[in-house]
Design a protein around this ligand. Structure first.
Ligand code: SAM
Length: 244
């Protein structure tokens, strides 16, 4: 039986360096009919499109979907649903469609919400998700610092609520990545200091982009103007990585 609906590909484009897109993602981008990506309601800018640009042929239609930057859950849900319906309409017309996401498609990603709506509203449609390199994997590589070794654990946490997730866990994980550190660097720093367990703490801003910065002094990072594209990697000193 021939399939007359298209496939939705959820593509992680990596955190910034266009060379960090997987070969699989690049091959798919070369074959789809439409590329969708999230953009703010204020302008047409899409970082994900910029990163993937060299892998998207000129003939492919690129559509930037406007997502409101708001804390109003209803408004956000309405946008997810409306955009999912736009994508579903193209899939029903037989178009193969990519939805781009920064870093990895399954890590704190808008794609996760779009995916849920598409699967609920149109469960007959085929979906394939292609992973991407996360921002914190790229940052650890940039720092030449292992994220996790031996029997250690790694906690990846949203910093949107400051250092509270770390406080709840009483400094248990040996290694922590705070994404969405943004306006909360001061409180994240306070929670790290309170635990008294973390000997190393580095902020990485815009990893893989021309304005990339590595800030080894978290105090200094907390004094800077908040930047959304900031993550923090903090580590306890353990012997697990020892060569002795
Ligand atoms: C909504 S999350 C998206 C995470 C992404 N899907 C990933 O796999 O890394 C956005 C947060 O990821 C982090 N982030 C994403 N790209 C980054 C980059 N190039 N450099 C530093 N942090 C980045 C920042 O903490 C930002 O606030």
């Amino acid at each position: 039986m021939t399939k007359n609906t298209g496939t939705l590909y959820g593509i992680g484009v990596g955190p910034g360096d266009p060379d960090l897109i997987t070969i699989k993602a690049a091959k798919i981008l070369n074959q789809v009919d439409i590329v969708f990506a999230a953009a703010s309601t204020k302008n047409d800018h899409s970082l994900a499109v910029n990163i993937a640009r060299e892998h998207i042929p000129d003939k492919v239609t690129v559509i930037r979907l406007k997502f409101p930057m708001t804390r109003d859950k209803n408004e956000t849900r309405q946008a997810w649903k409306a955009h999912s319906q736009t994508i579903i309409a193209e899939l029903e017309r037989g178009k193969n469609v990519a939805f781009l996401t920064l870093g990895d498609s399954m890590t704190y990603s808008t794609y996760g919400y779009i995916l849920r709506y598409v699967q609920t509203l149109a469960p007959h449609l085929e979906v394939q998700t292609v992973p991407g390199i996360t921002s914190y994997q790229a940052a650890a590589a940039r720092l030449n610092t292992p994220l996790v070794e031996g029997e250690e654990s790694l906690m990846v946490v949203s910093g949107a609520k400051g250092g509270n997730r770390l406080r709840e866990l009483c400094g248990k994980p040996e290694n922590i990545v705070f994404l969405k550190a943004y306006r909360n660097v001061t409180d994240i720093k306070a929670a790290i200091d309170e635990s008294g367990k973390y000997s190393s703490c580095v902020g990485v801003k815009s990893c893989g982009h021309p304005d990339e910065e590595i800030v080894k002094d978290i105090e200094e990072l907390s004094r800077r103007k908040p930047d959304y594209w900031t993550l923090i990697i903090t580590k306890q000193t353990t012997n697990n990585g020892s060569t002795e």
